[in-house]
Write a protein that binds this ligand. Sequence first.
Ligand code: PGA
Length: 245
Amino acid sequence: MTARCLIAGNWKMNGTLAEALSFADGLTALSNDGSSGVEVALMPPYTLLHSLRSVLADKGVQLGAQNVYTECNGAYTGSISTAMLKDAGCKYVILGHSERRNTIGEGNALIRRKLDAVWAEGLVPILCIGELLEERESNHTNDVLKAQLSILTAADADKPLVVAYEPVWAIGTGKTATPEQVVETHAFVHEVLVDLGADRQVLYGGSVNGSNAQQLLHSAGVDGALVGGASLQAASFMQIIEAAK
Ligand code: PGA
């Protein structure tokens, strides 16, 4: 059963083994029975997946990865496959994060191939979408989000998928979208998803922290959060989890 709300921590390129173990130590164990309606997941760098698997499971936290390659195995130096992520205990895989779209140049066609690879292994993709500041300012937000979601088809409707709306100008900047922008944009994203065959959980991401989580997470159409900076410390991550309950 999918929880009402998913709080996912994206560590990006941060975290040593010592930091990760101390983080896990600082987490209060979450009930696994779904009674709180909140599911928690952590996406550390690949190097920490195996080490965190059982400590996070003991705390009721799911494991995920920040990216994956399209192929199962073979001569792809430096890449990680969905089978490897499954073997490491992952449930979720983030795809299309803005840092991969905008810094590394990943486009829709590659992200679609990754989606298929993730589904083929039985994992759950968290597909990130979001507009740049100039796109919002020139009133192109909806067009951009629609184009990023256009990799989905009606044939995907029965496959598991979480969408994360992350305005690029809010990521790591300390700026969040206003409550009106969040409600309006999430309503649009849900509408596009329904048109594409199935509504999905839609997370908000972009400078979510212990102080703004309550308002963001209880806004209409928000089904959780994808958290970067504030997921690096157990105390601030716990504040967000508490706000979701
Ligand atoms: P942030 O990152 O919370 O540090 O803004 C969010 C993300 O990139 O997923």
